[in-house]
Design a protein around this ligand. Sequence first.
Ligand code: DAT
Ligand code: MG
Length: 139
Amino acid sequence: MAGNRTFTMIKPDAVAAGHIGAILAQINEAGFRIVAMKLTKLSQEKAGEFYEVHKERPFYGELVDFMSSGPIVAAILEKDNAVADFRTLIGATNPANAEPGTIRARFAKSMGENAVHGSDSDENAAIEGAFHFAGTEQF
Ligand code: DAT
Ligand code: MG
């Protein structure tokens, strides 16, 4: 059965460009409820840990540098079928391939600087949410 929570980050490119409000509005309009949220900044070490699954990939160093380059918004979101519906809302990893109107089509600069993160499974949504938020910070 599909779970009802996912984890997202508004990445440093979109925060720096002033898109926090527009992205949160689109997320709310798509029917997601915010369960937990904060403006924070990842250290290189924390960014490396978060993206550990990609550590053998050629873009890992660039990804870690980028994700620790400035503030992000981290949030847990709730909706039926949250993981899959949120991946649809954000669009493809490469914004050049993202459906028009998706968050990445609207706000992402490039494959690397692609505005938002969305968990890829219920299991990872739970792990990633717990990475950023204590149970007492989730509502
Ligand atoms: P997604 O964020 O859509 O789940 P992913 O998990 O495959 O994509 O990769 C994590 C992030 O790493 C992605 O959002 C942007 C970056 N990335 C992925 N592939 C890349 C590539 N070929 N070149 C540069 N950055 C890349
Ligand atoms: Mg991914």
